[in-house]
Design a protein around this ligand. Structure first.
Ligand code: NAD
Length: 338
């Protein structure tokens, strides 16, 4: 029998996780919730996902707009084994008690604090920590990006100190509220929360971060400086990333000099929605000087956490004890990876 999954919050992350669940053979979507009878609610129906409202009083509003709903969140909770909560940051807290009451497991996203779940998740770094738990949190897009490249480096070379500057996309492409068109906005609360968030998965890592919001919607870019404990050459570092999942190389020499070209590559590769779920490292932008490694990476904020949610479901539902097997299965089903 397949694991029954519900999605609360069918937005940027929720709709992508729903489609990724649909691509698996060991889990299925039982329903998704919407707060308003928008075009996305209609599209959920076209994907074959039964629609539920976020609160019981919304059922009539949807029906008035000609959108059929199967009930509200409480009805959905009575039919699922696990819920992926992809509501906007800070909202999930009010749903946690509802999930507990229904005896349903829940995955929260990076907009929530670590404390809400008690377990923060990245498939390659700590798959087993979510094994059988009731709650887990898939860390944010930026934290996922940092952990994907830093964790394997730490395993092989050891990391003494990491400093990262995060150039953040100002808004997602569909966000019409967005950030300013012509400004760079530094985060003035320093160091930024991204370092401590990485430490929810790698508590031993000495990492500090800064961030600047930029007028782009496409991706985040990370500029990372890491002190290695063991001596390594550029090629040794590249060889480590070449052997781990969900890290992909591009090269400026090859014509991929920017996040715009990475997104074009995603479309050319006919990736679903043009998404790029791997963390993208500029191969010719990797340099070791003495013991210090410098590199850049691109993070597609709308999609890098999607495969992590799938593996998190497998770990929490005890579907696959071997994290690497789960990662490979997920990546194959989504057409990503090496
Ligand atoms: P979003 O705004 O695109 O989608 C949120 C969805 O939740 C929308 O469909 C909205 O209608 C719905 N919603 C709003 N209030 C609700 C409520 N009270 N009950 C149920 N549904 C409600 O947000 P998003 O970008 O998908 O972010 C969701 C989570 O994922 C956040 O924790 C965010 O921090 C995290 N995340 C976002 C990104 C990103 O770049 N977009 C990347 C990684 C993680």
């Amino acid at each position: 029998m397949k694991v029954r999954v519900g999605i609360n919050g069918y937005g940027t992350i929720g709709k992508r996780v729903a489609c990724a669940v649909k691509a698996q053979d060991d889990m299925e979507i039982v329903g998704v919730t919407k707060t308003r009878p928008s075009y996305e609610a209609r599209l959920a129906g076209m994907e074959g996902f039964p629609l539920y409202t976020a609160t019981p009083d919304q059922v009539a509003t949807f029906e008035k707009e000609g959108i059929k709903v199967a009930g509200s969140i409480e009805d959905l909770l009575s039919k699922v084994d696990i819920i992926v909560d992809a509501t906007p940051g800070g909202v999930a807290e009010k749903y946690k008690a509802l999930y507990e009451k229904a005896g349903v497991k829940a995955i929260f996203q990076g907009g929530e604090d670590h404390g809400l779940a008690g377990v923060s998740f990245n498939a390659f770094a700590n798959y087993n920590e979510a094994w059988g738990t009731q709650f887990a949190r898939v860390v944010s897009c930026n934290t996922t990006g940092l952990v994907r490249t830093l964790y394997p480096l730490d395993k092989v070379f050891g990391l003494d100190k990491v400093s990262a500057t995060i150039v953040r996309r100002g808004a997602d492409p569909s966000d019409i509220k967005g950030s300013a068109l012509n400004s760079l906005e530094p985060s003035l609360k320093l160091p930024t929360h991204h370092g401590p968030d990485v430490q929810t998965i790698m508590p031993w890592l000495n990492i500090t971060t800064m961030a600047v919001k930029a007028p782009t919607t496409l991706m985040h870019a990370h500029c990372i400086i890491a002190d290695l404990r063991k001596k390594a050459k550029d090629q040794d570092v590249l060889a480590v990333w070449d052997n781990v999942p969900r890290v992909k190389f591009v090269s400026g020499k090859d014509g991929i000099k920017s996040t715009a070209q990475i997104m074009e590559l995603g479309r050319d590769l006919k990736r679903d929605r043009g998404d790029f779920m791997e963390i993208v490292v500029w191969q010719d932008g990797v340099k070791v000087v003495g013991n210090t490694l410098y590199y850049y990476q691109g993070v597609h904020q709308e999609s890098d956490v999607v495969p992590e949610n799938i593996d998190c479901i497998r770990s929490m539902m005890k579907l696959e004890p071997d994290g690497m097997k789960s990662i490979k299965k997920t990546d194959k089903s989504l057409g990503i990876g090496k």
